[in-house]
Design a protein around this ligand. Structure first.
Ligand code: SF4
Length: 222
């Protein structure tokens, strides 16, 4: 990449472009940021195994092989919630995660070398919490994206009612568990997208399905 003077760029110009494109994915060496509270869990969300996500290095959407723990975006945008637009600065600069330190827009070699390595998962953060972890695992298995993908392929434009009802049952279960963890489990609603991933009504469109909900009744439109 060249600067305005046509000389090669060698340092960060703090333009904020990378923070506006989205927050980082966490890696094992970022765990201490969560443990010490530098990045509160309620600012995180999970992209679950099998969900489609943008590959920042190769580009394009691809199903993720394992959980991705990411910093949330601001309302209706991908801009990292920890980016201070007024001052064009990271609000946790000294504690910014590995990918933020490795991402140099003028030379992508460092981010490419760490991007796929040792990604932090919910298992790394929650498996010691009995009861909660079993609930997260059960939800992940019953709301598996592999299962939804296979039902979506069988929908035959909505004619296969078994497949359609199978997807609706999974969506209903996902929504019930989300309500239950907040109402009965006293979980902060802002933590739900970290514990259970993004809600299925928000992600189901990746399978080419539109969902309509009225009065607790879901309808799918292929
Ligand atoms: S954590 Fe900081 S450096 Fe990283 S994307 Fe967010 S605002 Fe930018």
């Amino acid at each position: 990449m060249k600067t305005e003077n046509n000389t090669p760029q060698t340092d960060c110009k703090q333009c904020g472009t990378c923070c506006k494109k989205g927050g980082p994915t966490f890696h094992a060496e970022d765990k201490f940021l969560i443990d010490k509270g530098a990045v509160p869990v309620k600012l995180l969300f999970t992209i679950r195994e099998g969900e489609l996500a943008h590959d920042n290095v190769k580009g394009g959407l691809t199903p993720v092989p394992t959980d991705l723990i990411k910093i949330k975006g601001k309302k209706n945008s991908w801009e990292c919630i920890l980016f201070d637009e007024k001052n064009n600065a990271c609000t946790i600069y000294d504690y910014r995660p590995l990918e933020c330190k490795a991402l140099k827009c003028w030379d992508t070699r460092e981010i490419e070398s760490v991007y796929q390595n040792d990604r932090l998962t919910r298992n790394d953060l929650l498996s010691g919490i009995r009861g909660l972890w079993e609930m997260v695992e059960d939800h992940h298995s019953r709301c598996s994206y592999h299962k939804i993908g296979s039902l979506a392929k069988s929908m035959a434009g909505g004619k296969n009612k078994i497949a359609v009802n199978g997807i609706i049952d999974i969506i209903k279960y996902d929504m019930q568990v989300r309500s239950l963890v907040v109402e009965k489990g006293s979980i902060d609603p802002e933590m739900v997208d970290f514990l259970l991933g993004r809600s299925l009504p928000d992600t189901i469109k990746m399978f080419g399905i539109k969902i309509k909900q009225a009065g607790g009744i879901y309808k799918l439109e292929p």
